[in-house]
Design a protein around this ligand. Structure first.
Ligand code: XUL
Ligand code: MN
Length: 349
């Protein structure tokens, strides 16, 4: 098999081994301690962990800065002892009663101040865990009804917040993870185009990148591999959250390739064609186990996602490029479609 151009290492977050609760019913699996999740990670084929700030340091709003830093350093030791790297720390700005009406874009100046202060703590945790990458998912920066916020002001408030973060730490790199809806009805930074444009509005576009998540692209009605390609063309695809999504529903975070194998193939293919990971980018699996899954099989979604990634990588590197070029030249896309399907399904061609 031809050698792959990409350099892949994989990560997930503690929220990706969950208890199966949903808005309509309680949890169905018992919680797994974070230490155990970290221990499990390598055995599942992963090398890195992603954190929200309060995954790394629980209840941080009630702790002093010194206490937060001491706990973050302790977490670094735990990761080191397991040989696990931290990919990023993301501020969890959607949980506090202070951010009900948004964080950086709240109408309440006290809420906006809280959001910035909390993000600075998140940056400090990033540094303690020796990562310079902070992911920002702008969960509550949007509206439930259009009239409640001014979209121009919202955009500028987010830009100002990003500038404050970039000024706070000169080595910080920010990856904006867009999502069009959920929890809000309409997010202001809804697609990868918005995320990249936002970066260019800041004082340090060179430290602004983005993260494409499969499900979020699908929720925006877009093709995730095209979103990845658009970000790659800008040199801004600094991480991905692979998963799957059955159309315009709630954010499902299904196992990678679970719904649409061809979509999944094209995501792996575009990453592979552009040597993803060569600059240290990680492949994150932001996947969730089905609620029906029993306690004893609560990590299959992670290993299954990884297995499919590797299988589809094999399909990407063995895709007949010469034939592809010939069929494109002949504008015989029906035949290219047939070849692609035959290749993916292992049919004789
Ligand atoms: C939300 C989502 C988050 C981010 C990190 O849909 O994907 O878990 O990945 O905050
Ligand atoms: Mn995600």
């Amino acid at each position: 098999m031809p050698k792959s151009k990409g350099k892949y290492r994989f990560s997930f977050g503690p929220w990706n081994i969950d208890e199966g609760g949903d808005p309509f019913g309680p949890t169905v699996r018992t919680p797994i301690a974070l230490a155990k999740k970290i221990k499990t990670l390598k055995g599942l084929g992963f090398d890195g962990i992603q954190f929200h700030d309060d995954d790394a340091v629980p209840d941080l709003d009630d702790k002093s800065h010194a206490q937060i830093m001491a706990e973050a350093k302790k977490m670094k030791k735990i990761l080191d002892s397991e040989g696990v790297k931290c990919e990023f720390v993301a501020p969890r700005l959607w949980f506090s009663p202070k951010t009900i009406d948004g964080a950086y874009t709240s109408h309440d100046p006290a809420a906006r101040k809280y959001a910035i202060e909390r993000t600075k703590i998140c940056i400090d945790i990033n540094n303690a865990l020796e990562t310079s990458h902070m992911v920002v998912w702008l969960a509550r920066e949007g509206t439930y009804i259009r009239e409640s916020k001014n979209p121009v002001e919202q955009t500028l408030l987010i830009r100002d917040a990003l500038n404050a973060m970039l000024d706070y730490d000169k080595n910080l790199k920010i990856l904006v993870e867009p999502k069009p809806n959920e929890p809000v009805d309409s997010a202001i930074i809804s697609t990868i185009g918005h995320a990249i444009a936002l970066g260019y509005m800041t004082n340090h576009p060179e430290r602004m990148g983005c993260l494409v998540e499969t499900a979020h692209s699908i929720l925006a009605g877009l093709d995730p591999s095209d979103d990845m390609g658009f970000a790659l063309a800008h040199g801004k695809l600094w991480s991905v959250h692979l998963n799957d999504q059955g159309g315009l529903k709630f954010d499902q975070d299904k196992s990678f390739g679970s719904y649409n194998l061809r979509h999944a193939f094209n995501q792996v293919r575009v990453l592979e064609e552009y040597g993803f990971g060569r600059n240290g980018e990680w492949v994150g699996m932001d996947v969730k186990a089905m609620r029906t899954q029993k306690q004893t099989a609560n990590t299959k979604h992670l290993s299954n996602s990884l297995e499919r990634f590797h299988f589809l990588l094999g399909k990407a590197v063995t895709f007949n490029k010469k034939l592809e070029a010939e069929l494109i030249k002949a504008r015989d896309y029906e035949e290219l479609d047939r070849y692609t399907i035959c290749h993916l399904m292992g049919m004789k061609y």
